[in-house]
Design a protein around this ligand. Structure first.
Ligand SMILES: NC(=O)C1=CN([C@@H]2O[C@H](COP(=O)(O)OP(=O)(O)OC[C@H]3O[C@@H](n4cnc5c(N)ncnc54)[C@H](OP(=O)(O)O)[C@@H]3O)[C@@H](O)[C@H]2O)C=CC1
Ligand SMILES: CC(=O)N[C@@H](CCC(=O)OP(=O)(O)O)C(=O)O
Length: 346
C-alpha cells in the first residue's frame, strides 16, 4: 500500500481527499494535519468520517510527516504550501500540491498576482497537472501543481478549439459560477448563510481574479500564442459545482455538429471528460460528487459565436479527484483507480 499524508485535512479539499482515498485499493491515508484541531480525531471535525477514518490530526511538522509516508497531498492555502513543499521534496517524497503556489511557470507573474515566491527554483520541475493534456509529464514528475477549479473547467472547455485553431484566441470571454465550497472552510463574512443564500453575485470583476494568469498561461500553450481573456467569476448558493459558459469568435463559419465531432475526437478515450450530444448542455447537478467534466457546445447562429458550457464538481475534478488522478499517474497506477464512481443525483 502507498502511504499518504493529507496536509490540511481539516479543510474542504482535505476531507474530499479522505473520502476518495478511503475507497482507493492501493492507498492508505496514514497521516492528517491541522493546526487548529491538532490532537483531535479528524472524525470529530468531520462526523461523516466516523468509524471509517478516525486518525488523530497532527501539527504540520514537515520532517516528521515525510518520515511516515510515500506521497504528500498539500491541501493548504497558497504561501503555506510553498513553506513546506521543499522539505517533502528534499526527503524524496512525491507531492501533489492543491494550492496555487507551483501553477505559474514565471515567479514574477506569481509575484504580481500573489506575493513574492519563496522557492522559485522549484517552478521548472513542477508539472501543471491536467492529465488530459500532460499525461506523460505527470508520470515523470515528483511535484504536481494541481490546477485551480475554475481553470480546470475553462482549459478543458477550450482545449479542442485552441489546439485546432478554430477560434480567434483573443476573443475569449468566460462567465463562470461556483458553489461556496470553492472558497474553503475558514470563516469569512462573505460566505455566511445570509450573504450567499437566495442571492447570486459576480466578484473579482474587471480582470483582477488570480485565476486569470493561470488560465491564460495554459490557453496560450494550447494556442501557441500569448492571449488575454475576460473572466468573471460568480458565487451561487450551492455547496459544490462550477459551471463555465465560454464565448469565442470562430475564424470561419462553423457548425455545432462539426465542433462536437472535433471535441469527441480530441477527448476520445478520456475517462473523465464527457462530450455531450448536440442540443444537450451540462449541469453541475450531473457531475456533483464525480470526477467528470461535462462539456456542451453550441453555435449562436445570430452572432456566429461559439458557446461552450463546461461543468465540474469543484472539489472533485476541480481539486481532490484530479489530485488523485495525478497521484495515480505519478505512482504508475491505472489512472482511474479509486475514481470510477458516479455522481450524486438528485
Ligand atoms: N475549495 C476548492 O474548491 C478548491 C481549493 N483549492 C485550493 O486547495 C487548497 C485548500 O483549499 P480548501 O480545502 O478549500 O481550504 P480550507 O480553508 O477549507 O482548508 C485549509 C486547510 O489548511 C490548513 N491551514 C490553513 N492555514 C495553514 C497554515 N498556515 N499552516 C498549516 N495549515 C494551515 C487548515 O487547517 P486548520 O485551519 O485546521 O489549522 C485546513 O486544513 C487551497 O490552496 C485552495 O485554494 C483548489 C481547487 C479547488
Ligand atoms: C468561490 C471561491 O471563492 N472560489 C475561489 C477559487 C477556488 C480555489 O480554490 O482556487 P485555487 O484552486 O486557486 O486555490 C476564489 O474565487 O478565489
Amino acid at each position: 500500500m502507498i502511504k499518504v499524508a493529507i496536509v490540511g485535512a481539516s479543510g474542504y479539499t482535505g476531507v474530499e481527499l479522505i473520502r476518495i482515498l478511503h475507497a482507493h485499493p492501493e492507498v492508505a491515508v496514514t497521516c492528517v494535519t491541522s493546526e487548529q484541531s491538532a490532537g483531535r480525531p479528524v472524525s470529530d471535525v468531520f462526523p461523516s468520517l466516523r468509524g471509517r477514518c478516525d486518525l488523530v490530526l497532527q501539527n504540520l511538522e514537515p520532517v516528521g510527516i515525510a518520515e511516515q509516508v510515500d506521497v504528500v497531498f498539500t491541501a493548504l492555502p497558497h504561501k503555506a504550501a510553498m513553506a513546506v513543499v521543499p522539505t517533502f521534496l528534499k526527503m524524496g517524497k512525491d507531492v501533489v500540491d492543491l494550492s496555487a503556489d507551483y501553477r505559474l511557470h514565471d515567479a514574477d507573474v506569481y509575484g504580481k498576482w500573489y506575493e513574492k515566491h519563496l522557492t522559485p527554483e522549484l517552478l521548472p520541475q513542477a508539472v501543471y497537472g491536467i492529465p488530459e493534456l500532460r499525461r506523460d509529464k505527470i508520470r515523470e514528475a515528483n511535484l504536481i501543481a494541481n490546477p485551480g477549479c475554475y481553470p480546470t473547467s475553462v482549459i478543458l472547455g477550450l482545449a479542442p478549439l485552441l489546439k485546432g485553431k478554430v477560434i480567434d484566441p483573443k476573443s475569449i470571454i468566460v462567465d463562470a459560477k461556483s458553489g461556496t465550497s470553492g472558497a474553503g472552510r475558514s470563516a469569512k463574512v462573505d460566505n455566511l448563510y445570509c450573504e450567499v443564500n437566495e442571492g447570486f453575485k459576480a466578484y473579482g470583476v474587471g480582470g483582477v481574479h488570480r485565476h486569470i494568469p493561470e488560465i491564460e498561461q495554459e490557453l496560450a500553450l494550447l494556442a501557441g500564442t500569448p492571449l488575454t481573456i475576460s473572466f468573471t467569476p460568480h458565487l451561487v448558493p450551492m455547496d459544490r459545482g462550477i459551471l463555465s459558459t465560454i464565448y469565442s469568435v470562430p475564424n470561419g463559419k462553423v457548425r455545432a455538429s462539426e465542433l462536437i465531432t472535433l471535441y469527441e475526437t480530441f477527448y476520445e478515450g478520456e475517462p473523465f471528460v464527457r462530450v455531450l450530444p448536440e442540443g444537450v448542455l451540462p449541469s453541475t447537478a450531473h457531475v456533483r460528487g464525480s470526477n467528470f467534466c461535462d462539456i456542451g457546445v453550441v453555435v449562436d447562429e445570430r452572432t456566429g459565436r461559439i458557446i461552450v458550457v463546461s461543468a465540474i464538481d469543484n472539489l472533485v475534478k476541480g481539486a481532490s479527484g484530479q489530485a488523485v488522478q495525478n497521484m495515480n499517474l505519478m505512482c504508475g497506477l491505472p489512472e482511474t483507480l479509486g475514481l470510477d464512481f458516479l455522481g450524486i443525483f438528485p
